[in-house]
Design a protein around this ligand. Structure first.
Ligand SMILES: NC(=O)c1ccc[n+]([C@@H]2O[C@H](COP(=O)([O-])OP(=O)(O)OC[C@H]3O[C@@H](n4cnc5c(N)ncnc54)[C@H](O)[C@@H]3O)[C@@H](O)[C@H]2O)c1
Length: 334
């Protein structure tokens, strides 16, 4: 039997069991890995491999791609979606083939958004803090029921659709706006005609669109002014969708009732780090973290066992397909 060799970078502790399980199910593959990220210096760890599996926020620079190509490795499988940190021109020049995992668990992200939405509406952050201090009075920490809300989804794709179902389970009225309408959602009457209609009707607005030129800072002073008073804004999608300063102004004025943030425009280098005992690097984020009506999580909406297992399995399946001359399930076109 001809053995294939795959090398995986940046393997976290929580990924290791899934990696080992996959290796056990694929005796025809020699699978080695490291917790180190892929850099020009660590590229040599993959020497002898047919392909590599990666996931990192660091850039995949021309140098790092060249270092892999010098070892004869041009088959790279991402365990995540984003390809914006890859030097694609260089990858093309070196004849790389790349795969990603575009859908690993929409439920992970949608559930997180739904849980945080419900928490904002019930003011749980305030109530939890009161209870922890021994203040067991009810007022003025009164909740809003989800069934009384009109929930507006911007971007009814994989994640947006799961969020819609969960919110409907709570009894909310759900409306949606999407550039590309899906016939089955249209038949059920979910779509409003314009973003302005959505802003005018929604008590909760949840963003599920990608960050592209057209959506950058789509939530700003002007669009917030079009929203209902006491609206709740939920962003578990991408920081760039939101003008954070505009949201802070709206929280200060009381226009917005609450804000859910899992993604932040300046998150790279801040999220997934331990700042305990160190000087916090971002005063604006620090301010948001400490507001009673803002729920901050450090880009953890995706972070579930189900999603991590799918990211590992699908990336390895893709890489194995490529190194054995088969068509991978999700190639990246570039
Ligand atoms: N917080 C996290 O951990 C996490 C994890 C994964 C994905 N995400 C974010 O969630 C977003 C949605 O992911 P998905 O898998 O549902 O994507 P998807 O491609 O399935 O859905 C995106 C939807 O947005 C619509 N759309 C695109 N551009 C639009 C525009 N300008 N105006 C209106 N609608 C537009 C598309 O038609 C599509 O229906 C991703 O882009 C990503 O930014 C966050």
């Amino acid at each position: 039997m001809l053995m294939s060799k795959i090398f995986a970078y940046g393997i976290r502790q929580d990924e290791e069991p899934f990696l080992k399980k996959w290796a056990g199910q694929h005796p025809e593959v020699t699978l080695d890995y490291t917790d180190q990220l892929l850099t020009p210096a660590t590229a040599k760890l993959a020497a002898g491999a047919d392909g590599v599996v990666v996931y990192q926020q660091l850039d995949y620079t021309p140098e790092v791609l060249q270092a892999l190509a010098d070892l004869g490795i041009t088959k790279m499988s991402l365990r995540n979606v984003g390809i914006d940190n890859i030097a694609l021109d260089k990858a093309k020049e070196l004849d790389f083939t790349i795969t990603n995992v575009p859908v690993y668990s929409p439920n992970a992200i949608a559930e997180h958004a739904a849980i945080q939405t419900a928490r904002i509406l019930r003011q749980t952050k305030v109530m939890d803090e009161k209870v922890a201090k021994g203040d067991l009075r009810w007022a003025p920490t009164i909740g809003r029921e989800v069934r009384d809300q009109t929930v507006g989804i911007i971007g009814a794709g994989h994640i947006g659709q799961v969020y819609m179902k969960i919110m409907e389970g709570f009894g909310a009225k759900v409306i949606a706006y999407d550039l590309r309408k899906k016939p089955f959602l249209e038949e059920q009457g979910y779509y409003v005609d314009s973003l302005d209609d959505l802003y005018a009707q929604a008590d909760v607005i949840s963003l599920h669109v990608p960050a592209i030129k057209e959506t950058t800072n789509m939530i700003n002073d002007e669009t917030i002014a079009k929203m209902k008073d006491d609206a709740v804004l939920v962003n578990v999608s991408r920081g760039a969708l939101v003008d954070t300063d505009a949201v802070i102004r709206a929280l200060d004025s009381g226009k917005l009732y609450g804000f859910v943030l899992d993604t932040y425009e300046d998150e790279v280098g801040i999220f997934n780090q331990d700042w305990t005992g160190a000087e916090f690097p971002d005063a604006r984020l620090n301010d948001l973290i400490h507001r009673p009506n803002v729920l901050v999580t450090p880009h953890t909406a995706f972070y579930t066992t189900h999603a991590v297992r799918n990211m590992v399995d699908k990336a390895l399946d893709n890489n194995l397909a490529m190194v054995t001359g088969k068509q991978p399930a999700t190639p990246v076109e570039f």
